[in-house]
Structures are given as C-alpha cells and as structure tokens.
Design a binder for this molecule. Structure first.
Ligand SMILES: [Zn+2]
Length: 98
C-alpha cells in the first residue's frame, strides 16, 4: 500500500538530528510521499531545502493557522494561489464556525 502523509512538519528543528531516520522509517511503512506545510514565512527556506533534499517530500508554502488569525490574510493567500494557478491546502483549526 502506498500512503501519502498530507501534513508533516519535518522542518521542525527538533528533527534536525534524525530527519533521515524519520523519513526512512516512514518509507518502510509505505509512506512514500510527504507534504511539508510551512508554518511561517521565515520557515520557507528550510522547507524548500528539505523538499529539494528528499525525494517524495513536497513543500507547501503558506502560513499555518496557529500563527495567523486574519481572514484577510487567508483571502489574500487564496487570491495568490488563484493568480498563479496553484493548489490550496486549507488547514482548519478552531475555525469551524466560519
Ligand atoms: Zn500543522
């Protein structure tokens, strides 16, 4: 069975020492593709670097909902994706009433 981890913060500094092992173990379990969502703009460089380093790891440049609480920023991200014909990942946290 082939699995995709659609949301894995492999860029977290806590994984700097064992990222190779984490990805190897995931692959052994059938997880061959991993989407790495950024959390803040300051992390985009590291997200890009990791995605370039590991086959099957795909970057998702955006802003994590834990770090922004602005509907206007969300709308602007949607418009940016639309302008560039890019897919959108919507990660909903504590916003089910919206
Ligand atoms: Zn997350």
């Amino acid at each position: 069975m082939q699995l995709i981890d659609s949301h894995c913060h492999l860029d977290d500094d806590r994984y700097d020492t064992d990222r190779d092992d984490i990805i190897a173990r995931a692959r052994m379990q059938g997880v061959n593709q991993i989407v790495l969502p950024a959390t803040t703009a300051s992390r985009w460089g590291k997200v890009k670097q990791i995605a370039e380093e590991y086959e099957g790891v795909y970057p998702a440049y955006g802003l994590h909902p834990m770090f922004i609480r602005s509907m206007q920023l969300f709308i602007e991200q949607l418009q940016l994706a639309k302008n560039h014909a890019l897919p959108v990942i919507v990660h909903v946290r504590k916003a089910m009433d919206k």
